[in-house]
Design a protein. Sequence first.
Length: 290
Amino acid sequence: MLNQLKNKLKIYWQLIKSLQTFLLLLTGVTGFFSSRCPYTSIELTLGMILSLFFSISGTTVYNMIWDRDIDAIMDRTNQRPLPANKISVKEAIIFGTILNVVGLGLAYYLSPLYAFVIFMGLFIDFVIYTIWLKRTSAWSIVWGGISGGMPILAGRVLGVGEIDMTGILLAFSILFWIPTHIMTFNMRHFEDYNKAKIPTFAAKYGFKNARLIIALSTIASAFAFALGAFILGLSWGFVRILLIFAAISFGFAVYSLVFPSEKSNFQVFKAASLYMASAMLIIILGSIFY
């Protein structure tokens, strides 16, 4: 009985794509801490973390349900719970719906505007990106980027009670970072995406143009982060560290452009992910010690 429970929990954990979920959750925590609000209410902070975690996880489960057919085709995804028949579609729908209802319900209890931003993230990610555009347009990554920017905006909204310029800049920093993350991943698994007939920027416009967009989006993301940190009033020391990490990430992108290879593409992917996590932690620490 205990082993069955462990296996079931393991399947549920795989359905929420924990690494991606926690990265997005980290952005939401960053937006919230940037408002310097957490010091006034432990309950609000805990509510924000739980509501975002449940909502992001529920949306991810919905995406896994919708994409189960193409996941079954691609080598890197065919062992996920749904294509591998480790869990039924009905059970996954129930699980995802419970997560979303609890997440959005708790979010609404905390703040209707906060809940609205989270809901828009869910709608854009699942309906516009996954259902509508992912299988028809290489430019779907733009909408994927917008949905990716919703958690950090939501956290900021909960902290300050409104959608302000700082929150928008932080959301843009994620929006510009998404192409770096997704395009490098697309190129690393190029044959898989072609096999599943998912249009990618590299397939439509070529690897060289994709690498150029990656380099440009890295610059734009770094600029948005730095400007947001400046407006927040973070000390020059924290902004400087942020710029150093951005320069390193940009260096990997340029290297991939000049010396293209599968290895350099994956280095950009890893550098972009490390840069994102580092930037979030820098803003959190900068906000705490401001």
